[in-house]
Design a protein around this ligand. Structure first.
Ligand code: KG4
Ligand code: ZN
Length: 387
């Protein structure tokens, strides 16, 4: 089954063609990062206006890249929530209209569920594609149920027990900020631009490289600024607003004169530091980078330990990562460290499929479509949809 997937829940506009929920035939994303970087975050009205002009060319490019015609497509799927209402409307309306015009089955997809299904995607390596009974059973390379999924994006931080396709139990969620949201807000204050996650990761890496040369351990670099962790013991819930606020105070304390900053240029001047920061300043270490490293470490620490505990309690053999923050190299490495000694397998999508893309929409849709699920044309956007 060849599915055309469409994604427009936040600032990206994507279209992709995926065979049997796994095999990538094409994947096109029109990014707006440069536009929103100017504002330090996504401006919803600006995002949906750009999506309106991008959507048709993006769909046409996805078909061209897969060298396929409309006659090859078996179904169309589009995100209907959660996300920004105006943005969702663009992709959902395009998907429904194309399905109606081409007399194709249509399915609305939950964006969060789709992030999970990025773990089923793989490149097309053989032609013809492997024949499967119904394509819905287990195939070599698929994640193994039951599994724990850590969903970490710009708007969500959740630990989910997945027993089978479509069988989810939410074990924990953030009580305030999502991990990605906290990274984006802190990066803005540090003058590192948007999106914040990759910028914080780059700065942290810089600090750790410098520190390793001078002091030998990465662990030390990550703890020069020891930031608070909200463990919320006895639950799998998260809270990142405390560490974010601590970080913002630290950043303010370290900035002598507020100044306009160019994206990508650190805004913090050496001045008033915490005790540990003073040490860092004397050592000549880059303080913004060390702050980024300490902040990233605080977030990675809590996400990794709680995910490992959930995996142990539920006796799963596999943990998967999903969402934009799953692109973070520190998170991947730390989780590997936590899970490997327990014999629990960790897998995550390639970086381009962690952040928003339409291939995951087409992938997730397949596992519903094969069961005969369809949506009618009156399906509306649901900005607050949960898993
Ligand atoms: O899944 P996603 O693309 O969009 C949402 O559905 O929200 O996630 C976007 C989030 C942003 O907060 C961004 O800063 C974060 O993912 N992100 C990262 C990295 N790449 C993207 N966070 C940490 N490290 C990264 N390498
Ligand atoms: Zn997303």
């Amino acid at each position: 089954m060849l599915v055309l997937g469409i994604e427009s829940s936040c600032d990206e506009t994507g279209a992709a063609l995926v065979q049997d929920g796994r095999y990538l035939r094409s994947n096109v994303v029109a990014s707006q990062i440069e536009i929103h970087n100017r504002y330090g975050g996504v401006v919803p009205e600006v995002a949906s206006r750009h999506q309106l002009s991008a959507i048709i060319p993006v769909v046409e490019t996805a078909l061209a890249q897969a060298s396929c015609s409309w006659n090859d497509i078996d179904a169309i799927a589009a995100t209907y929530g959660p996300g920004l209402a105006g943005s969702l409307l663009v992709g959902l309306t395009a998907g429904k209209t194309l399905a109606l015009a081409r007399h194709l089955p249509f399915l609305g997809v939950n964006h969060l569920e789709a992030h999970l299904y990025a773990n089923w995607l793989r490149p097309v390596t053989s032609s013809p594609l492997p024949a499967t009974e119904d394509g819905g059973g287990y195939e070599e390379g698929d994640p193994l149920f039951p599994l724990i999924c850590l969903v970490v994006s710009g708007a969500h931080s959740e630990i989910v027990l997945v027993r089978d396709h479509g069988d989810y139990q939410l074990l924990g969620r953030t009580r305030d900020d999502a991990a990605g949201e906290a990274l984006d807000k802190v990066a803005r204050v540090l003058g590192l631009g948007y999106p914040g996650g990759p910028a914080i990761q780059r700065m942290a890496q810089q600090a750790e490289d410098t520190y390793v040369q001078q002091h030998s351990t990465v662990k030390k670099a990550r703890n020069v600024y020891r930031l608070p962790r909200a463990w919320l013991r006895g639950t799998y819930d998260f809270s990142f607003s405390g560490v974010k606020t601590a970080m913002l105070h630290l950043a303010e304390g370290a900035t002598e004169t507020p100044q306009t900053v160019e994206a990508g240029k650190p805004s913090i001047q050496h001045s008033r530091y915490t005790r540990m920061g003073e040490q860092a300043a004397q050592d000549g270490a880059p303080d913004v980078a060390l702050l980024a490293s300490g902040f990233q470490e605080a977030i990675v620490d809590v996400l990794s330990v709680k995910t490992r505990m959930a995996a142990q309690e539920h006796h799963v053999k596999q943990v998967i990562l999903a969402g934009g923050v799953a692109a973070n190299v520190s998170l991947r490495a730390r989780l590997q460290q936590e899970l490997q000694p327990l014999g629990i397998r960790l897998s995550y999508p390639p970086i381009d499929f962690c952040t928003d893309n339409a291939a995951m929409i087409a992938g997730a849709a397949f596992f519903h479509l094969r069961l005969g699920e369809r949506h009618t044309m009156d399906l509306d956007v649901q900005p607050g949809l949960s898993l």
